[in-house]
Design a protein around this ligand. Structure first.
Ligand code: MN
Length: 197
């Protein structure tokens, strides 16, 4: 059985950039629903019981047809949100230092160049999806709850949820305002630790 991970901070900790109202609904309703539906799908196929989340998502060919989509959507929702929470922290934002900061500047010309490209790709996701920072510092996107590992890519360093449910209560339809705000809560220490390892 997969379970909803606790947030590494309080529900109101990311204000004013992401409100308590959004965090509560997003974590206790949306993420919880993915976990519940994921477990329900797995229950119907006992042979998958001991498989890890990574293996279930990165080897879709090994999942029986009847639950493949449920695993991709709900397992993916669980995977994506679990990473999303960790990529944010109160008092976050700013710029990464160390090797990560150096290599981002090398690749994008400046930190702002990186922010601009990540922002543009996030805003370019049509409908619901995610933007990702890959270990090679490429920026990719996925639709719905598809995961980078489901596309044969490595485990990402950082993910941004651009589903409307992630911002509508605070920002209505203005995804760009949400993305601008999100930069203020990015947990660069978390990202740098993943990058260094
Ligand atoms: Mn979400």
């Amino acid at each position: 059985m997969f379970t909803l991970p606790e947030l590494p901070y309080a529900y109101d900790a990311l204000g004013p950039y992401i409100s308590k109202d959004i965090m509560v609904v997003h974590h206790t309703k949306h993420h919880q629903a993915y976990v519940d539906k994921f477990n329900k799908a797995l229950e119907s196929v006992p042979e998958l019981k001991n498989r890890s989340l990574d293996s279930l998502l990165s080897e879709p060919d090994t999942i029986p047809d009847v639950i493949r989509l449920a695993i991709k959507n709900n397992g993916g929702g669980h995977y994506n949100h679990s990473l999303f929470w960790q990529g944010m922290t109160p008092g976050g934002g700013g710029e990464p230092t160390g090797e990560l900061g150096k290599q981002i500047i090398q690749k994008y010309g400046s930190f702002q160049g990186f922010v601009d490209e990540f922002t543009t790709k996030s805003l370019g996701v049509f409908g619901s999806g995610w933007a990702w920072l890959q270990p090679n510092l490429e920026i990719t996107t996925t639709v719905n709850q598809d995961t980078p590992i489901g596309q044969g890519l490595p485990t990402p360093l950082l993910g941004l949820d651009v589903w409307e449910h992630a911002y509508y209560l605070d920002y209505k339809n203005k995804r760009d305002d949400y993305v601008q705000a999100w930069w203020n809560v990015v947990n660069w220490d978390f990202v740098a630790t993943r990058f260094d390892s």
